[in-house]
Ligand binder design. Sequence first.
Ligand code: GLP
Length: 241
Amino acid sequence: MTLHLVDDHDAATACVTTLVSSAIRATPSLVLGLPTGRTPMGLYRALRTAGLDWSRVRTFNLDEFATLTPDHPGSFRAFMDEHLFRHVNLAPASIGFLRGDAADDAAECARYEVAIAAAGGIDLLLVGLGGNGHIGFNEPGESLRAETHVVPLHESTRRANAERFGGDWRAVPASALTMGMRQVLSARRVVMMATGASKAEAVAAMLDGPLTTRCPASWLQAHPDATFVLDRAAVSARRAG
Ligand code: GLP
């Protein structure tokens, strides 16, 4: 496990921007797993102007809200179009995404697994951290699922995502499609970025707690090539601080 502890959010963004840029330059056909959320917004802004050639890169996003069409303003696909995809020379056919509006969710999840396997698996998976310790939409609970699946969302997660739904958490879909823990743990490299005091408890559980379904991110301790990019506020609840 590699830990990059930096002063603040901007420094974390700069660190992850360098990691991703180097990876794309070293492997132009990189298979890149991507998260949404507030945390990577600055990263995507920086990547847009980093002078990278995206023409051979393939991407797979972690998750999508159930029921939403890709052009729904609250969808993660719309988020990615707005923050990254439409600004770089990524081929539309190279963008892997779960369809929230699929007629058959189980078939859609199975299709995604096949698509990722056909791409040769994920080389570099970027992940963010839910305030409750979730990765993608693998929510804390009694159990976790290995495969891509449909998951009911916790109220706290719907509240955290309310901004793109007019601030009304009840307008946030009650379920989502998400990569499961197998894709997270079988990516060749995982980079976790978490910043701010609101993530401090989850960071402490992720790094110092036992591997538990109560904190899905704790399973990253078992990944052979996991890099954590954290700012000082995010590590403030660690006992070793
Ligand atoms: C969302 C996403 C996650 C993301 C997390 C943190 O619910 N499904 O992939 O990492 O919450 O979001 P933020 O970066 O806005 O704190």
